[in-house]
Ligand binder design. Sequence first.
Ligand SMILES: *Cc1c(COP(=O)(O)O)cnc(C)c1O
Length: 495
Amino acid sequence: MKYISTRGNYKAVSGAEAIRLGMVPAGGLFVPEHIPEFTIRDIEKMQQEDYQDIALKILQEFLTDFNKNKLREAIYSAYYKKSFPPRDITPLVKLDKNKYILELWHGPTAAFKDLALQLMPYLLRQSIEKIKLDKEVVILVATSGDTGKAALEGFKDIPGIKVIVFFPAGGVSSIQKRQMVTTGGKNTSVVAVNGNFDDCQNAVKELFADKEFNEYISENGYQFSSANSINWGRLVPQIVYYFVAYVELLKRGEINKGQPVDITVPTGNFGNILAAYYAYKMGLPVNRFICASNENKILTDFLKTGVYDINRDFKKTISPSMDILISSNLERFLFVITANNYNLINQWYNDLRTKGRFQIDDKTKEKIQKIFIGEYSDEKETKDTIGRIKKELNYLPDPHTAVGIKAYEKYQKKNIDIPVIIASTASPYKFSRAVLESIKCNFNIDDEFDILQELRKCTNTEIHRALKNLNKKEVKHSRVCKKDKIKDEILDILQ
Ligand SMILES: *Cc1c(COP(=O)(O)O)cnc(C)c1O
């Protein structure tokens, strides 16, 4: 399997190269040149297999240049029982008739990003070995909270790789900060930046493009890479759990073989929902995808009108991991749905760069609307949904998951006769304050760790193990830097 650029501006590369490079150096994203397919019979047979077997089956199709035994090793190391619940890596909870919640947050940091970031470091490590790269890879991460901790946990103590995380000093919750600065490992660094998330993100992006700095780093034996979902190595592990969830429904006798389901995904960068779409292209029976947004509903507008327009205000919401205006992975989706038409992609992304907007043609729009629905949930709706679902169905969704539930309800107002899988992307404890406010327990508590305890008492549920005792853990990172001094900070870390 070769990987090609969505903009037709780069040679075809192997899976290992695509993962090592992260994105196409000249701009654009790597995509598989064709999509492997499973039959209904293949999917039916997966009922005899566990998560790891299904993961191996899928990864092997995409990473044909990797050694099968080594892939298996990587999968078993990643989804080890210390990182995930031993049998049920992604539990599927029946919420109501024909409604299922796919809990993706049982990994070490309580966010769905663990499912990819526990495995991807092994894939990168193997890529480095295959290419015989004689440099140490330095993963630069700019984070607004969740990605940073998941990347630190995933890359911790992986030989030949260092990871440096930049977060906005005042822009993450105290729990998220605490999760990051208490990470162990000899190869991890965490830096608080005096600036906002965009300052961190822009600084990191500029560094990737800074030729002189990259040459200097290279002479000293290092090379930069990225761990966000522009990297194919982060997307491919996410295809797995959509198959696993479907197969689980088959096993429970809730659906018949070949029966289509709906899939709802609370979406930010379009990575998770794109993985679901790849699963569909590989043969998973899907009726509709419901792309759920919060008040930053650029994707809802795009799916309804065919116009993608970033000239709008950015809103801070209680589902911060979806506060995003540039959904990077949409480019991959548009490439696939236009049957690899890189001329169109170039035209649209050129418009986006110069005018901050692009409009797709009617034919493509109709094609998308046959399978994709865009809906959103505003702040009040999200809070009401958390409260109502807890009260009526005794299930406690986090704000991101609640956005998914509400968006689905707006799409499907009548009786649900098609089963729906709703992706749940974070533990409710990760966003305790918003959740506690939504279920209307009277409280007058300021400290975030006390709020965790209060939520536990109020709901009679367990605090996610990643967040328990967090306030008692030792702080291991205390670096702080100004937003225009990130380069110096990196050099200081590498020396
Ligand atoms: C990252 C994240 C999302 C958005 O996922 P994308 O793949 O970027 O669409 C949703 N919810 C949570 C909790 C996240 O951390």
